[in-house]
Design a protein around this ligand. Structure first.
Ligand SMILES: [Zn+2]
Length: 414
């Protein structure tokens, strides 16, 4: 019976191409940019999503709003919707409603907030990140309702705010206030990273530590450099030495990750003097460090400070290293039921053999894993997120939804 239901559900989803275009068009027009990026948040988008879910008979909806005076409604909305299954065990799918700004609008071939279709592709800001997931979640709920099906597992849909700026008003807030909503036995999928072939299931994320390096010397005229202490020159030396010494001090590798090593990257550099003929007396740059799970952030900070002392002595300047952001590594076992379930479903729908991988980036899966909820990150993505001419494939949206349907309907995910 379940197999027949799955076949009918999958076939129905195949017929939802026009609906995907409609959903993406409306979602994109909501311009759900967070206040840090000059936007007014996710409220309009959540209103639309709530309306669609209500229209397809979803009754069990709960809001976990975070207060934020920076947006007009004063609220960053988080919505949890559930479609009851035969079992209380739940397949949770997470989509974030916020999007990043379009960036340089001249780099776009058309208006980023107006979805443009070209064959299988939809172009627009947010269509891939993360509306492909949201559209897939919605057509799945709509088809379950249209076919009057009660799936094997309960379907849990989570629509989160604030993913692009740290999730404090999004999943971070939700997890603090949703006591008892999630169970370690449930299945957790975050469709917010993936590969064009759908063949990668992300099960591990490197730790992150962002360092600010502040060099203080003494400003002077560039014609008489010996009268000052050049903070930029010392900073350049610090960037090169730190880059070299950290790679040497933490040389471990893990083939699950690409690249397989920890990375230590001098990245942002703050403006120093506005004119060319002044030796800068202060200089600030940043290091983005991505650490394999067995590398301790404290050890990296300690080593950076050792290097700072040595370089500071050489240049007769002061160098202070501070942490501006830190996130612990997170990983689940590739043998977790959710990984097995995804592998089976992906092989069925996409006809590829998906393998577990680790990434250097950070997704909300880390927040779930740190609380003991085994989350896997998977989707079929072209990886155009945050770029001009971001696009999403209608066929991938539908197949992703079929993968979720497969897990929801099929499984003995023991
Ligand atoms: Zn995303």
């Amino acid at each position: 019976m379940d197999n027949d239901d799955l076949t009918r559900l999958s076939a129905a989803l195949t017929g939802r191409r026009v609906r995907v275009v409609e959903l993406q068009t409306t979602l994109t027009a909501c311009k759900a940019v967070g206040p840090e990026n000059g936007g007014d948040g996710e409220m309009e988008k959540i209103r639309r999503i709530t309306g669609w879910l209500t229209a397809c008979g979803v009754r069990d909806m709960q809001r976990f709003d975070a207060l934020d005076t920076r947006v007009a409604d004063g609220i960053r909305p988080n919505l949890v919707a559930r479609v009851p299954g035969k079992s209380a065990r739940t397949l949770w799918i997470f989509g974030h409603t916020d999007v990043v700004p379009p960036g340089d609008s001249t780099a776009w071939s058309s208006d980023p907030w107006t979805v443009r279709q070209e064959d299988d592709r939809l172009y627009g800001r947010g269509v891939e990140d993360n509306q492909q997931a949201i559209a897939g979640m919605l057509i799945l709920a709509e088809e379950l309702h249209a076919l009057r099906m009660r799936p094997r597992l309960t379907l849990g849909l989570v629509f989160m705010a604030d993913e692009e700026c740290g999730s404090d008003y999004g999943l971070g807030h939700l997890l603090q206030h949703a006591d008892g909503l999630f169970s370690p036995d449930d299945l957790y999928i975050v469709p917010d990273a993936g590969s064009p072939d759908a063949d990668r299931i992300e099960v591990a994320e490197k730790g992150q530590i962002w360092l600010q390096v502040r060099i203080t010397g003494e400003q002077c005229h560039a014609a008489m450099p010996h009268k000052g202490r050049n903070a930029f020159l010392a900073g350049a030396n610090m960037a090169l030495t730190c880059h070299h010494c950290l790679h040497t001090a933490f040389p471990g590798t893990d083939p699950l990750f690409d690249p397989p090593c920890s990375t230590f990257v001098p990245s942002k550099h703050e403006a120093n003097v506005p004119n060319i003929n002044t030796v800068p007396g202060s200089d600030v740059f940043y290091m983005d460090c991505r650490l394999l799970p067995d590398v301790s952030p404290e050890a990296v900070l300690a080593k950076s400070r050792d290097v700072a002392r040595e370089v500071a002595g050489r240049h007769n300047v002061n160098i202070v290293v501070n942490v501006v952001r830190e996130q612990a590594a997170s990983a689940i076992s590739p043998q977790e039921p959710v990984v097995e379930a995804l592998r089976k479903a992906v092989s069925h729908v996409y006809e590829v053999c998906a393998r577990p991988i680790g990434i250097g980036g950070a997704t909300v899966a880390a927040l779930l894993r740190h609380r003991g909820f085994p989350a896997a990150v998977w989707s079929c993505l072209a990886n155009t997120c945050h770029q001009p001419d971001e696009y999403s494939m209608i066929s991938a949206t539908i197949k992703d939804a079929q993968v979720f349907a497969h897990i929801l309907m099929h499984a003995d995910h023991a």
